[in-house]
Design a protein around this ligand. Structure first.
Ligand SMILES: Nc1ncnc2c1ncn2[C@@H]1O[C@H](COP(=O)(O)OP(=O)(O)OP(=O)(O)O)[C@@H](O)[C@H]1O
Ligand SMILES: [Mg+2]
Length: 140
């Protein structure tokens, strides 16, 4: 599945498509260069999911926790700040990843060894001057 977006306002159909897939896929992996728009997409997806908490890239904690419209937890990770896999395992990442709750991971490809086989891969690529191509690929 592929989308081309020009502005932040174009993200909603992408978020709705991802939301649909979260019924089957609880692990959402987001990749794309620095500034590609990963956090921006998480914010828009959060709105689509009815998350009213403030969404921002996890800085100190590596994990941010929100609640969706049904008050179910949603976990937001940013692997960019992880030193190594061990650091993630030390904070108990597997408990989050295998909790059955939605997990959204920025820079997931930095530590592929941590990612469960069944996941939704999302790549954001800049195309041309100001368009972004967003692709969704199902794994497992
Ligand atoms: N779909 C979009 N359309 C237009 N501008 C966008 C879009 N997505 C993101 N931007 C802009 O690009 C900038 C970087 O976005 P964002 O912080 O989401 O990137 P990121 O991939 O999370 O970066 P990082 O790798 O540093 O975490 C922001 O200023 C944002 O407004
Ligand atoms: Mg980010």
């Amino acid at each position: 599945m592929k989308f081309v977006v020009h502005t932040v306002g174009d993200l909603r159909p992408v978020s709705e498509a991802i939301k649909k897939k979260t019924e089957a896929y609880k692990i959402i992996c987001l990749d794309g260069d620095l500034g590609a728009g990963k956090t921006t997409l998480v914010k828009d997806l959060g709105e689509a999911l009815g998350i009213s908490d403030h969404i921002s890239s996890p800085t100190f904690s590596i994990i941010n926790e929100y609640e969706d419209a049904d008050r179910k937890p949603v976990y937001h990770f940013d692997f960019y700040r992880l030193k190594d896999e061990e650091e993630a395992l030390d904070i108990g990442i597997e408990e989050y990843l295998y909790s059955g709750n939605l997990c959204i991971i920025e820079w997931a490809s930095m530590f592929p060894g941590l990612i469960p086989p069944k996941h939704l891969e999302i790549n954001i690529n800049l195309v041309g001057e100001r368009n972004r191509e967003i692709t969704l690929v199902e794994h497992g």
